[in-house]
Ligand binder design. Structure first.
Ligand code: TRP
Length: 456
């Protein structure tokens, strides 16, 4: 098999040459964990847990990750590694016929998520700068956040800056761009999450916040909560649209992936637990309602930093790292679309990146405006941003995951089993159970939650 020579620059190779691969297994795990750990953990998860009964949501979420999430994650990686193609190409090659549509659904989802993800990530950049300026020492964080959203151009400019950074990394390719960045940034991110969790828990009323996060409020046990937990599990693990198919396609065939899938899910869950242990103690400390929606992380954390020694510095570092966590995730939303244009239509990587980024920015504009100057951009009681978030995470990702479970469970089960024949001997029974789970239980569960969630 033709492979890029170790260490040599891959940049000059034309798109049609051997596909780029990860330099190491650790590099793949870190890149995939970098994809998984993002705004979903630190911004979206606490916001949803706050609105859906704290510990109850946590339990539902952990159940979803441990069963459906990990199964679909492994399915995606196996599809990608077997096909060595973008999501559309993978379904065309391995499935043919209408299976391609699953790939197209994924590309559309990636695109839509990226559009609002860039907007929220832009807030993190704005807050990093505002922390540095010492603004929060004089102004209430909730007011600063409201002012940022009320502006027309400021949040858009930050979203644009963020997407430009994302595009810069993606145009650099796999090894020298995506892998290298993640190997440095992920350990740093976890170190900071641990430090902040320790600080938050030891704040006055910190333990009350922790209790809210871990104690289940069963009055929230509704199908809407279960559906939100499923959507969050898929969103947080970066599954359901083919991002992990794309990352898996840069693995060499035959490289073991079972343990990697567990490690990715474990790191993502750890990050969510740490984020909750930061945000909820901070929420109680700052006297904020846990159910205050998408602004939750943005208004609580600056209140904590204001009370800390060297809080301004900590605040800057935190929001920069949050932006970095967002960056490593946004990269994995952009990459599937770019891989699609490169693999299917022979685009050059740079042009594909540029086009995708510009359109994602344009599609993100109504999301940004819907929270400020144009509140009329709303439907079904949700702002445009919340609506795109809901449709993608709660509908499109589970639908994609359902299709992938059926695909691996029924269409390519022998291939998938053969692909995993090289895994450790004691895992083989688990692999058979996995196929059965994907064949029956996973589609039934996801299908039921989708329908029940829709009809409320
Ligand atoms: N998992 C990321 C987060 O938690 C978001 C994300 C990145 C994503 N790539 C994805 C979600 C692919 C779904 C599919 O912030």
């Amino acid at each position: 098999m033709q492979r890029a020579s170790e260490g040599a620059s891959d940049v000059a190779r034309p798109a049609a040459a051997a596909r780029e691969t990860w330099a190491s297994r650790l590099g793949f795990v870190m890149a995939a964990a970098g994809s998984a750990v993002g705004l979903g953990n630190i911004w979206r998860f606490p916001w949803l847990a706050g609105e859906n009964g704290g510990g109850l949501f946590l339990i539902a979420y952990l159940l979803m990750v441990g069963t459906l999430g990990i199964s679909v994650l492994l399915a995606e990686i196996v599809i990608g590694r077997a096909a060595q193609k973008d999501p559309v190409g993978a379904f065309r090659l391995l499935g043919g016929g209408p299976w391609r549509l699953v790939g197209y659904l994924g590309i559309a989802s990636a695109f839509l998520i990226l559009s609002f993800y860039g907007v929220v990530a832009g807030w993190t950049l704005a807050f990093a700068v505002k922390q540095a300026s010492g603004l929060f020492e004089t102004a209430a964080p909730s007011q600063v956040f409201a002012d940022l959203l009320a502006a027309t151009y400021e949040p858009l400019a930050w979203a644009f800056a963020f997407l430009a950074m994302t595009a810069a990394v993606v145009s650099g390719g796999i090894r020298n761009g995506i892998e290298r960045a993640n190997l440095v940034l992920m350990p740093l991110l976890f170190l900071l999450l641990v430090l902040l969790a320790v600080r938050a828990v030891t704040l006055p009323r910190g333990l009350e916040g922790l209790a809210f996060f871990f104690a289940p409020d069963v009055t929230h046990l509704t199908t809407a909560t279960i559906a939100a937990a499923l959507g969050q599990a898929f969103f947080s693990l970066s599954i359901g649209l083919g991002a992990m198919i794309t990352y898996g396609s840069y693995l060499q065939r035959g490289q073991p992936v079972g343990r990697a899938a567990f490690q990715i899910a474990a790191l993502d869950t750890l990050a969510a637990l740490l984020a909750g242990s930061i945000v909820f103690p901070a929420v109680y400390f700052a006297g904020i309602d846990p159910a205050s929606g998408p602004g939750l992380a943005f208004v609580t954390l600056p209140s904590v930093f204001a009370e800390m020694p060297a809080g301004r510095l900590f605040g800057v570092v935190f929001f920069v790292l949050l932006a970095i966590a967002a960056l490593t995730s946004a990269i994995s939303l952009l990459e599937p679309v770019v891989a699609f244009l490169v693999d299917e239509y022979g685009f050059r990587r740079r042009l594909a990146t540029l086009l995708t980024t510009v359109v994602a920015f344009l599609v993100g504009i109504p999301s940004s405006l819907s929270l400020g100057p144009m509140p009329e951009l709303a439907a079904f009681g949700m702002s445009f941003l919340d609506l795109v978030d809901f449709v993608t995470a709660s509908l499109m990702l589970p639908a994609g995951g359902l299709a992938m479970a059926l695909f691996v469970g029924w269409k390519i089960a022998p291939l998938a089993t053969a692909e995993l024949a090289g895994e450790a001997q004691h895992r083989q029974p688990l692999i058979r159970a996995w196929i059965l789970f994907l064949r029956f239980a996973a589609p039934a569960a996801i299908g039921w939650i989708l329908v029940a969630g829709l009809i409320g």
